[in-house]
Design a protein around this ligand. Structure first.
Ligand SMILES: Nc1ncnc2c1ncn2[C@@H]1O[C@H](COP(=O)(O)OP(=O)(O)OP(=O)(O)O)[C@@H](O)[C@H]1O
Ligand SMILES: [Mg+2]
Length: 575
């Protein structure tokens, strides 16, 4: 079983918990017997000494039982909490290793539910199995044995009551089980709506979708409450029904016991003990039956967790760092690529590009033409379907992933920052960067001017997702983060779109001065951002339709000329 390896390190605790539980239940089962002794010998028989002695004995057994009980709870707590912690850890590690396409497949909401709610369900089940399950089974069998030891005729009561109770429980559980599955699904939809809206709160507000979203949440929430209510109604019906059976059986025991006492074959205290044992037996049955839905829920969770854990990393790196004789070069050879989700229609076809060390190239093209997809193949966010991509003269598949991504720095189109200080966010690029390096990178990225004006300068906290910064500030922070890494190849995916032309020009100058040996690949929409590049590749519907300098392209490439013309018009003849 997949989860055995998570239990193994805590096997001692897993075994100790039920052992202690056996202790607790055994002492519990002794209580009614001792009580009957007190009643029969002490109270009715008037033996004061016996009363005191048995009383003390009872107290001692209660204390020992309680100690066993809390030890059992402690052991099981350690076992189940450690077990779930390890699974959560592994899940998180696995989620971090998932490729982009795998994350797309699972969806973020579902991954979060799997790491949290599903793991909790497993943890509760383990706890239940090693404690309650053991407890109820012993209570059940022990109770029957003790009852029969008091008087065999009580067996008839058990024989009559048990099947009736079992049938009722089975009937109700058969109706409740599917309901539990429905509740789990409803909880999923509540989580999804909530997760979407909390992380997209700004968009919701911008489009004044609060009403509609509240309604959507309301629907999901109502669905959850309804499903829960249906389960509760069934349970509300079950408890009193079982109570009636229990009380009728108690009456039967008292009735039979009454005759035996009359005939002087039994004593009053023994009848009392029999009543207590009977309730323990029937209670045990009820509790055992309650475990089935929990088990089916845990089984569903186990399946969902297993799906993530068994997901093979789609993009695997090589073991050893290959020997390279070039530095900062990128080559695409006949590359064709389609997203796994787009049913084979290629977004890039027949791409042939050679970029030399220190070259400053640009990729230009209409929105959706495949620019981000193209550069995403360099650090292996996705793998090319046909053809090969080389970095430093070696196929990207022959690098360990971390080595490849150390050489290639990419500033993604969407700036993602994390809840950390400004310096901490930049340090993502290089863990051991000194303050000097951080400041230099920020200065180069034109981020220093605003970071040093923040209340605590570089130690100011950046809100989650960079919500406390403007779009252009976020972009410059992301650039600083990539620059501090000092990669051989630096890719800017539309990373200056939110900067004004002046800031952008200063950034370009700084890049050219400070990073002269670095190969830079720039994706941009504005001609102004790329016209000074050594070479410009024009992408149209996933194909390279032209390459060369600004002037060369103006002369030969129609697509480039069209883009130029349209921008000249919208910019009011800025050229
Ligand atoms: N994760 C994905 N799964 C499936 N299809 C995708 C995915 N990402 C992008 N695409 C598709 O691939 C095509 C190229 O997208 P890409 O992001 O490379 O364009 P782009 O040139 O960077 O556009 P933009 O200038 O708007 O950023 C688009 O048609 C898009 O719908
Ligand atoms: Mg893009």
């Amino acid at each position: 079983m997949r989860f055995a390896k998570y239990i193994k390190p805590y096997l001692g605790f897993v075994l100790a918990a039920p052992v202690c539980m056996v202790g607790e239940v055994t002492f519990d089962l002794l209580q009614p017997k001792l009580m009957s002794k007190i009643v029969d010998g002490g109270v009715l028989g008037g033996d004061m000494q016996l009363l005191v002695r048995t009383g003390i004995l009872m107290l001692v057994t209660i204390i020992i039982g309680a100690c066993c009980g809390s030890a059992s709870a402690g052991f099981s707590g350690v076992a189940s909490q450690s077990f779930s912690r390890d699974i959560r850890n592994d899940l998180f590690t696995r989620v971090m290793r998932l490729s982009f396409q795998q994350t797309d497949k699972f969806t973020t909401g579902s991954l979060i539910t799997r790491i949290t709610a599903d793991v909790t369900a497993l943890q509760q089940m383990l706890d239940m199995l090693i404690r309650n399950c053991v407890r109820n089974i012993i209570m059940f069998t022990g109770g029957i044995v003790m009852m029969l030891s008091l008087d065999v005729s009580f067996g008839t009561v058990i024989a009559a009551a048990l099947p009736v109770q079992a049938i009722i429980v089975i009937l109700i559980m058969r109706r409740a089980n599917p309901l539990y599955e429905i509740t789990a699904k409803k909880l999923d939809s509540v989580n999804t709506v909530m997760q979407e809206n909390v992380s997209g709160a700004r968009v919701v507000k911008a489009y004044v979708r609060e009403r509609r979203e509240e309604q959507r949440f309301d629907e999901a929430n109502m669905g959850l409450a309804d499903a829960n209510l249906r389960v509760q109604k069934l349970m509300a019906f079950m408890s009193p029904t079982l109570m009636i059976i229990m009380n009728m059986s108690v009456l039967a025991v008292i009735y039979i016991g009454g005759f035996r006492v009359e005939a002087r074959e039994m004593q009053v205290g023994e009848v009392m003990a029999a009543v207590t044992y009977l309730t323990q037996v029937l209670h045990g049955v009820m509790m055992l039956s309650m475990m089935f839905p929990m088990m089916s829920r845990a089984a569903a969770s186990a399946k969902r967790i297993g799906e993530v854990l068994s997901e093979d990393t789609a993009v695997k790196g090589a073991e050893n760092i290959p020997e390279t004789h070039e530095r900062g070069t990128v080559v695409f050879k006949n590359v064709t690529f389609a997203y796994p989700s787009s049913s084979g229609i290629p977004v890039l076809s027949d791409i042939d590009i050679e970029i030399k060390q220190g070259e400053n190239v640009a990729v230009l093209g209409a929105t959706g033409s495949g620019k981000s997809s193209l550069v995403g193949l360099i650090p292996r966010f996705y793998d090319a379907d046909e053809g090969e991509v080389f970095v430093d003269g070696v196929n990207v598949r022959e690098y360990p992933l971390d080595e490849l991504r150390r050489r290639v720095g990419i500033v993604l189109q969407k700036s993602e920052l994390f809840s950390d200080t400004a310096a901490g966010n930049i340090r993502w690029g290089k863990e051991d960067a000194t303050d000097g390096e951080i400041h230099a990178a920020a200065e180069l990225a034109q981020a220093d001017e605003f970071i040093s004006k923040l209340p605590d300068g570089y130690n100011s906290m950046i809100a989650e997702k960079g919500a406390s910064l403007s779009g252009g500030q976020k972009q410059r922070m992301s650039i600083a983060r990539a620059v501090v890494k000092k990669p051989e190849i630096l890719i800017f995916d539309d990373s200056t779109s939110a900067l004004d032309l002046g800031t952008e020009a200063r950034l370009r100058r700084a890049l050219a001065e400070k990073l002269s040996g670095t190969t830079v690949i720039t994706i941009a929409q504005r001609i102004a951002s790329v016209r000074d590049c050594d070479r410009i590749f024009v992408l149209d519907h996933g194909k390279i339709v032209g390459s060369g300098t600004h002037e060369e392209l103006l002369a030969v490439c129609d697509t480039y000329k069209d883009i130029c013309d349209s921008q000249r018009k919208t910019d009011g003849g800025e050229e």
